[in-house]
Write a protein that binds this ligand. Structure first.
Ligand code: GLU
Ligand code: MG
Length: 471
C-alpha cells in the first residue's frame, strides 16, 4: 500500500507551483537519448527490453529489429513470478504470485542505448521497461514504478524535485598489479577504458570521471547528475554496458560488494539534492551546521531514522554487510557528517574554483549501498524516507563536523550487522513497510531469505565468491 497522495503543501515547505525551472540554475541533465526515428537504424539491431529485479539482475526479452516500433508501442510479454527469482537462479519458495498472471514489459523510449556491432558480437538496442498489467495500467510491484511514485509524492506534498547521481566501483580482473589511483592502472585498462567512456557518451549517460581506484584492479565511474529516474536508469544501464564491453574484451569484471573478506569494497554511492519548483537548490544554508539547510536536516533525519530498514533495500546481498563495517570508508555507522567517508550520509565538498556556486553543487551522499541493490528501489526508498523526515516531527540530526575525532564517532548507532538483521528491521518498521504493495514487500523478504538459505553453511570467503559470480 502506498501513502495517500495529498494535493496540499506540508507546513513550512515551499508551495508547489507548475512553473518550469528557469535558465541560470543548472537543472537535471537531460534524459537519455531518445529512440532513433530512422527505421534503417532501428531495424539494424535486435532489441532487448529489460527490467531490473529484486535480485539486482537485469532480465528481459529480445525482439527482432523489425519489431522495434511495435515493441515500443505495446511492449513484450512478462510474468509476475519473475520478480521472485533469486540472484542464484531458483525462484524463492512461497512466492505470492504462483504460476498465474501476465504482464507487459513496456520500454521507455528515453532509456534506449545502442551497443554497436563488435567483431563477432552483433549490435543490440537495449531499453529499460516498466512492468505493467496487460492493459497498460501500472503494476504496483514494478520497481521502476515505485521510484516514479516516490518522486511524484515528494513533488505533490512538498513542491520539491530530486536531482541525483549514482557512483559505481568495480574490479577488472586479469590486469597486471598496479598502485592505487595510478596512471599505470589507468593505462593497463586501455583500450577498455576509452572505449567505455565513448560508449557511455554516445548513449547519453554523461560520464564525468573514469578513475583507477584504491583496491587491486578497482575502478570507479561517475556520471553527471540528472533526475532521480535518469540517475537510476543510468545505474542499471551503466553496469550492463560495463559488463557487456568487458565480456567482449575477455576481461572478468565484478561490481560485488566484496571479492575477498579482507579486500577493498565496491561501493555504490547515491548523491541527492533537492530543488524547489523554480529549480533553486534548497539544501544549502551557509549559516547552519555543515551548511545544511533546515529543510536538508529534516530530509536527512528521515533517512537516518529509517536506515536499518532502508539497508534491506540498498545493501541486499548475503555479504553486503561485510563491507558495511568501520574503517573501510564505506559507511561505518548511522550518522550525518561533513566530508567524512565513514559516514552514512556525507555532506559532499563544494568548490569555488571558476566562480562556481556552492549551493548548486551542494549534495548529500548515501554510502550504505552496493550494486546488488535495485537502483530504482534504492533511490526510491531514500526519497520516501527523506519525505517522512520533511512531513513528520523527527529530531534534528547532529551534523558531525569534519574534524570530529573517530573515538567520538565510535558511539554513533551501528548499522545492521547482517542482511538477516536488516530484514528484521524492515519487518519492524511500519512506516517503511507502508510504502510498498504487500506483494512487493513479501517477495523481497522471500527472495532475500532464499538467497541467505542458498548460501547457508558456506564460509565467508565462499559466500563472497558466490555473490561475486552473479554480480
Ligand atoms: N570503496 C569504498 C566503499 O566501499 C568507497 C571509497 C570511496 O570513498 O571512494 O564504499
Ligand atoms: Mg570511490
Amino acid at each position: 500500500m502506498t501513502l495517500v497522495h495529498t494535493a496540499g503543501t506540508e507546513p513550512g515547505l515551499p508551495a508547489p507551483t507548475a512553473a518550469p525551472a528557469p535558465g541560470p540554475v543548472p537543472g537535471p541533465a537531460p534524459a537519455l537519448r531518445t529512440a532513433p526515428e530512422d527505421p534503417a537504424v532501428a531495424d539494424a539491431a535486435t532489441v532487448f527490453v529489460a527490467t531490473c529485479d529484486l535480485a539486482g539482475q537485469v532480465r528481459g526479452r529480445a525482439v527482432p529489429g523489425s519489431d522495434h516500433a511495435s515493441a515500443l508501442r505495446s511492449g513484450t510479454g512478462w510474468v509476475p513470478v519473475d520478480l521472485a527469482i533469486s540472484s542464484f537462479g531458483p525462484i524463492a519458495p512461497d512466492n505470492v504470485f504462483g504460476s498465474r498472471g501476465d504482464l507487459r514489459l513496456v520500454p521507455d523510449p528515453a532509456t534506449g542505448v545502442d551497443i554497436p556491432a563488435d567483431g563477432d558480437h552483433p549490435a543490440l538496442r537495449l531499453y529499460l521497461a516498466d512492468q505493467t498489467l496487460p492493459d497498460g495500467e501500472p503494476w504496483p510491484c514494478c520497481p521502476r514504478t515505485f521510484l516514479r511514485g516516490a518522486v511524484e509524492e515528494l513533488r505533490e506534498r512538498t513542491g520539491l524535485d530530486v536531482t541525483a547521481s549514482i557512483e559505481h566501483e568495480f574490479v577488472l580482473g586479469g590486469l597486471p598489479s598496479s598502485p592505487p589511483f595510478s596512471l599505470a592502472r589507468y593505462r593497463h585498462a586501455e583500450p577498455f577504458g576509452s572505449d567505455l567512456v565513448r560508449l557511455l557518451e554516445q548513449n547519453g549517460l554523461q560520464p564525468e570521471n573514469w578513475l583507477p581506484e584504491y583496491g587491486d584492479g578497482q575502478f570507479e565511474i561517475t556520471l553527471r547528475p540528472g533526475t532521480a529516474m535518469a540517475a537510476a536508469d543510468r545505474a542499471v544501464l551503466l553496469k550492463e554496458l560495463v559488463r557487456d564491453l568487458a565480456r567482449r574484451r575477455g576481461l572478468p569484471v565484478s561490481f560485488a560488494p566484496l571479492l575477498t573478506p579482507d579486500g577493498v569494497g565496491n561501493g555504490v554511492h547515491l548523491h541527492l539534492s533537492l530543488r524547489d519548483a523554480e529549480g533553486r537548490p534548497v539544501l544549502f544554508d551557509a549559516s547552519r551546521p555543515g551548511r545544511l539547510s533546515a529543510l536538508g536536516a529534516r530530509f536527512s533525519a528521515g533517512i537516518l531514522r529509517h536506515t536499518p530498514a532502508l539497508t534491506a533495500w540498498t545493501a541486499p546481498s548475503p555479504v553486503s554487510f561485510l563491507r558495511l563495517t568501520p574503517h573501510r570508508w564505506s559507511a561505518g555507522g548511522i550518522f550525518l557528517a561533513e566530508r567524512n567517508r565513514e559516514s552514512l550520509l556525507r555532506i559532499c565538498p563544494t568548490t569555488q574554483l571558476a566562480g562556481a556556486d556552492p549551493a548548486v553543487q551542494f549534495n548529500l551522499e548515501y554510502r550504505a549501498a552496493d550494486a546488488t541493490a535495485n537502483p530504482w528501489l534504492a533511490l526510491g526508498v531514500l526519497i520516501r524516507a527523506g519525505l517522512e523526515g520533511l512531513v513528520r516531527d523527527y529530531d534534528e540530526p547532529t551534523v558531525w563536523p569534519e574534524d570530529t575525532d573517530a573515538s567520538v564517532l565510535a558511539g554513533v548507532p551501528a548499522l545492521p550487522a547482517s542482511l538477516e538483521e536488516a530484514l528484521h528491521a524492515l519487518e519492524a518498521d511500519d512506516v517503511v513497510r507502508s510504502w510498498f504493495d504487500p506483494r512487493l514487500l513479501a517477495t523481497h523478504l522471500s527472495v532475500k531469505r532464499s538467497e541467505l538459505a542458498q548460501l547457508a553453511g558456506l564460509d565467508e570467503a565462499a559466500r563472497i565468491r558466490k555473490v561475486a559470480d552473479v554480480h
